[in-house]
Design a protein around this ligand. Structure first.
Ligand code: NAP
Length: 631
């Protein structure tokens, strides 16, 4: 997935190769999924000795292999559209599968050859898996013993917090401060009365020319930090709360200098581990390094701080994702239970974050680390303004693609080849592969950061998984309606199964034949990566602990309104991802927020309640929207 900015960072393996044998870093870790997952015989439940390939844990490995199965998926989507009842169709699909199984068994009985059962199943497209996966137990303790252990850790945290006084002065080590969520944490921490210091672990950044890729320079963590604070508007006394130290989450102890470490051992009250690789198309190895190895390093770091003499450590906060529950067709993903998803994982990001969560459970139960697990759903820009500080990931990617496709179609050339190419690209780039009833769980970044900061003073959150998600999920038909209204793009819904198996491969082949292989890949990526989240039967992420334990407001942000502001922000402020300079983004977002404040104050209405045209006019009265300068 595209990232903002023109910088690149070699993967660890590439860095190791570049260094040469004598300077190689630590030994390459064991990345086998078997540390977390076991393959079991479906009939007996017995563990199978097979080596687990990461690929077999993904949705793609188990579908689209048989025309009957593809047709069944397609028909299921259509039936859901007509009946509006996902549960009924799900039951129907299971019944058909069972019927196919019975037919296969009967055929085998008649022929007298047991192998015929599998053959007939294959012929009929009946899922013939005789194995399943489950997560390994994280401890041999009984449930009662685990609960007692957690109660004791919560008690320890309570007394540690109490020891900090009635107005605790918190000193936090934060990873991922330069990311989308990290920046919002910085902003909220700056004005937080109890946060005394934030030590951000940051790696150096290589700046390259966007076109030529020539290295223009390297920014040290301190330089990155100074720029970051300026961009997010933290200055003066507030800025003195922050320190930026060099570190890499993929290295043991984050490779933080020993002097710094000694200092941190005495001062830190919390570690918030937020850094990760949030990329839906990364390889397994790369996701594993950032998400699992990074998590292990973070847990070990906190364990050392917790055990240090004179330590003031209260707790570790692990930022995970509610998508560690993977695909589980329309069933409730409970906050406290992590079960291997019946319908697998959508990508290695989700899978490795689930593995990281298991590591965190182990650190809690086996090593006695005081740790809270926070699981945001899909994070979008600020609930009121849509501001996202230049983020172009996740939901932003398809929205920006829709907007850019429209712009491209509006400026088609005269040549028929240009027009044909533009029409084809526009057609596919404005297609939203989604079932009408699919629901997305979007949560604004300000709610997530508020949850993270609240967890620091909530000892009851230790040993608990907390979904930072919404109870007002948005349906894909609403996504399409709002996108049309706000972007003026005629986004069309398309059946995800058909898009995956027919439309995308055909369009890809045509574009390749026109010499547009790169474009073909981009479109295919957008369709296949994001299509999975638009299918019917998305998991329902249970919520409640955010209010009960963290004390967040029970009225969660209005998702429709927040999504509308995301569209407006991406259209005017980001120019659909084309404005990439972080300083320019910061300038625009500041102006945008001021103008919204003014409009709301003068009209006495909240801007999401305004129609697209009225909002545009009111903003255009204050900002020249092309140059984005105040009038
Ligand atoms: N965005 C979402 O929709 C979403 C949803 C649910 C959960 N989450 C979770 O929220 C957290 C933050 O996500 P985000 O959207 O803010 O991600 P992001 O914008 O991609 O930022 C990732 C951050 O991690 C840092 N990082 C990655 N590898 C590192 C390494 N080896 N050493 C040091 N720092 C490293 C990056 O630093 P550089 O600037 O140096 O690259 C960056 O600061 C993640 O744990 C993610 O799983 C995100």
């Amino acid at each position: 997935m595209g990232r903002a900015g023109g910088r690149t960072r070699p993967r660890q393996s590439e860095r190791a190769r570049a260094k040469g044998p004598s300077q190689r870093g630590p030994v390459v870790p064991d990345t086998s999924p078997s540390r977390y997952i076991v393959k079991v015989d479906r009939a007996t439940g017995a563990e199978l000795p097979d080596e687990i390939e990461p690929g077999e844990l993904l949705v793609h490995a188990h579908r689209d292999h048989h025309p009957v199965e593809i047709a069944a998926q397609y028909l299921a989507s259509r039936l859901i559209e007509v009946t509006g009842n996902e549960a009924l169709v799900k039951r129907g699909l299971r019944a058909v599968d069972r019927l196919g199984g019975r037919l296969a068994r009967t055929a085998a009985e008649i022929s007298g050859d047991p192998a015929d059962e599998r053959r007939v199943k294959q012929l009929l497209g009946v899922s013939a898996r005789d194995f399943a996966f489950r997560f390994r137990e994280t401890s041999h303790l009984t449930e009662k013993e685990v609960k007692a252990r957690i109660r004791s850790l919560q008690k320890d945290a309570r007394s540690r917090l109490a020891a900090l006084g009635r107005r605790p002065r918190l000193r936090i080590l934060l990873t991922g401060a330069t990311g989308f969520l990290g920046k919002e944490i910085l902003v909220q921490a700056a004005s937080h009365p109890h946060v005394d210091e934030v030590v951000a672990v940051v790696r150096p950044e290589t700046i390259r020319d966007r076109r030529t890729k020539r290295v223009l320079g390297v920014l040290s963590p301190r330089q990155r930090g100074a720029r970051l604070l300026k961009r997010v508007g933290i200055r003066g006394k507030d800025a003195r709360k922050f320190r930026f130290v060099k570190g890499d989450i993929e290295q043991p102890g984050f490779a933080i200098s020993s002097t710094e470490l000694t200092r941190l051992k005495r001062s830190l009250t919390h570690v918030v581990h937020c850094a990760a690789s949030v990329s839906f198309d990364d390889t397994y190895e790369s996701s594993f390094r950032a998400n699992v190895l990074g998590c292990r390093n973070a847990l070990a770091f906190s364990a050392a701080i917790q055990a240090a003499r004179g330590s003031r450590f209260v707790a570790h906060v692990a930022i995970e994702t509610s998508y560690i529950h993977g695909r589980r067709k329309r069933s409730i993903a409970q906050e406290d239970a992590l079960v291997f998803p019946r319908h697998f994982y959508n990508n290695y990001y989700e899978l490795t974050k689930a593995m990281a969560s298991i590591e965190t459970d182990r650190a809690l139960v086996q090593d006695g680390l005081r740790v809270t697990q926070l699981l945001p759903s899909i994070v979008i820009g600020h609930s009121r303004t849509g501001n996202n500080r230049g983020d172009t990931k996740v939901v932003n990617a398809p929205i920006n693609a829709f907007g850019r496709a429209k712009e491209a179609m509006d400026s088609l050339g005269e040549e028929w080849q240009d027009r044909a190419r533009g029409w084809l690209v526009g057609l596919i780039a404005t297609t939203f592969p989604a079932d009408r009833s699919a629901e997305l769980n979007l949560v604004p970044v300000d709610r997530v950061a508020a949850g993270i900061l609240a967890s620091l003073v909530s000892p009851e959150a230790i040993g608990v998984r907390i979904h930072l998600a919404t109870d007002n999920r948005i349906r894909s038909e609403e996504v399409v309606r709002i996108t049309r209204e706000e972007l003026g793009v005629n986004v069309r819904m398309a059946d995800p199964t058909l898009t995956r198996n027919l439309t995308l491969p055909v369009v890809k082949a045509v574009l390749e034949s026109m010499g547009e292989a790169r474009l073909a890949n981009v479109l295919e990526k957008l369709g296949t990566i994001f299509g999975v989240y638009g299918e019917w039967g998305q998991p329902i992420h249970d919520v409640g602990n955010d209010v009960r334990i963290l004390g967040l407001p029970i009225r969660r942000p209005d998702t429709g309104a927040a999504f509308r502001m995301l569209c407006r922000h991406n259209r005017y402020v980001q120019a659909y991802g084309q404005v990439r300079d972080p300083d320019e983004i910061a300038r625009r977002e500041h102006l945008w927020e001021e103008a919204i404040d003014e409009v709301e104050f003068e009209s006495g209405r909240q801007v999401p309640s305004m129609r697209a045209a009225e909002f545009r006019q009111l903003m255009a009265d204050r900002i020249e929207l092309r140059s984005f300068r105040a009038r």
